[in-house]
Design a protein around this ligand. Structure first.
Ligand SMILES: Cc1cc2nc3c(=O)[nH]c(=O)nc-3n(C[C@H](O)[C@H](O)[C@H](O)COP(=O)(O)OP(=O)(O)OC[C@H]3O[C@@H](n4cnc5c(N)ncnc54)[C@H](O)[C@@H]3O)c2cc1C
Length: 334
């Protein structure tokens, strides 16, 4: 079991900044995120978009902000569980919590901070009749570890950035990569679309444009993906793995069942320290709601700072907290 002071659910910008604010007060943090990488919406939805409303940066690209935040929290040595969804919270007799993931990871902590943004990102699935039969038997909705596909036959479906980026990446890893897209043009970055065409011309990937997914075949394990072109001709592609990358849609997910006061898919908190109605559980960032709430990164940073001051009493019940600036309470001393 992982032991920490604060378990932060969600490694988006607000969860990451909470590590900094907690670290200044000598509280250790473990972050858990259902996505395979940190950065929340910034890394998943708009990594290349410039952001203009972060104080001190006239402009900064979303992924660069996340990279800077990771550098900023490095002195506090946070630990991470990525690619796992928090499914349950178990209250212990002493008031502490065990946070459980869908993969069986358990994290013991004094305080739970929900920084879960829009909720869990869940994959948009193609409408294929027997799709669920092959989940964990050849169908993956996101690439967690590219090494899994080394030397395998992969079929990717989609036309956005994820589908293009992973096709390009896996062309060097997998034995065969086929990209199926229903249209004849891509939604992803033009650079990536050009690279896909180059790989196809060089015979390094199979590119099936204007093809619709039709069916999956196999017995206990996926064996092939079947697609149909505009002329209704069928193509059968032998495959070890099928990875439909049609984007992710946010859902509140298991959080809805934790006894928290919820208003329109957001967790109600007070504006003193962003505590929820359940003791030792705080909610910060896009996931919370209160009068006047703005879903902005900098508002989440503010909430993280106030949350940490209140979380201190649960981690160090015998100590009195006195507020200090970072120059006094310098991070180099941690
Ligand atoms: C296109 C776009 C542009 C934007 N531009 C700006 C801008 O210019 N300036 C600005 O201030 N804001 C902008 N925003 C809003 C900004 O992205 C959000 O305010 C910010 O991402 C909130 O950060 P967060 O850490 O609270 O949540 P998120 O970034 O949503 O991160 C939450 C994380 O929690 C994880 N999670 C959720 N549930 C679970 C669970 N049960 N188990 C494990 N993990 C879980 C998710 O996978 C996710 O990674 C923009 C948003 C979008 C969509």
């Amino acid at each position: 079991m992982i032991k920490t002071d604060i378990c932060i659910i969600g490694a988006g910008p607000v969860g990451l900044f909470a590590v900094f604010e907690a670290g200044l007060l000598k509280m250790r943090c473990h972050l858990i995120d259902v996505l395979p990488q940190v950065g929340g919406q910034l890394s998943e939805i708009y990594p290349h978009k410039p952001i203009y409303d972060i104080p001190g940066y006239p402009t900064i690209k979303a992924q660069e902000l996340i990279d800077n935040q990771l550098a900023q929290i490095k002195p506090f040595n946070p630990t991470f569980t990525l690619g796992e969804q928090v499914s349950a919270l178990k209250k212990q007799e002493d008031g502490s919590y065990i946070v459980q993931s869908d993969e069986g990871t358990e994290i013991h902590c004094q305080v739970v901070v929900i920084a879960a943004g829009l909720g869990s990102f869940e994959p948009r699935k193609p409408a294929l009749e027997n799709l669920t039969n092959f989940e964990r038997k050849g169908v993956d909705y996101m690439v967690k570890d590219p090494e899994k596909y080394r030397g395998k036959r992969i079929v990717i479906a989609g036309g956005g950035d994820s589908a293009l980026d992973w096709t390009i990446f896996l062309a060097d890893v997998a034995a065969e990569v086929t990209l199926i897209h229903r249209s004849d043009s891509f939604r992803g970055a033009p650079d990536s679309a050009d690279k896909i065409q180059e790989l196809a011309q060089a015979g390094r990937i199979n590119l099936l444009l204007s093809h619709h997914l039709s069916a999956l075949a196999g017995t206990s394990q996926l064996a092939s993906v079947i697609a149909v072109n505009k002329a209704q001709e069928t193509v059968t592609i032998p495959a070890d793995y099928f990875i439909p990358l049609f984007g992710l849609s946010p859902k509140l997910g298991p959080i809805a069942a934790w006894g928290l006061q919820i208003d329109k898919n957001a967790i109600e908190v007070n504006t003193f320290d962003y505590a929820t109605n359940v003791e030792r559980i705080f909610a910060i960032g896009d996931i919370n709601t209160y009068p006047g709430k703005l879903k902005l990164i900098l508002c989440g940073y503010h909430e993280a700072a106030l949350m940490a001051q209140s979380a201190f009493k649960y981690v160090y019940p015998d100590q009195k907290l006195s507020f200090k600036y970072t120059t006094v309470n310098g991070i180099n001393t941690f």
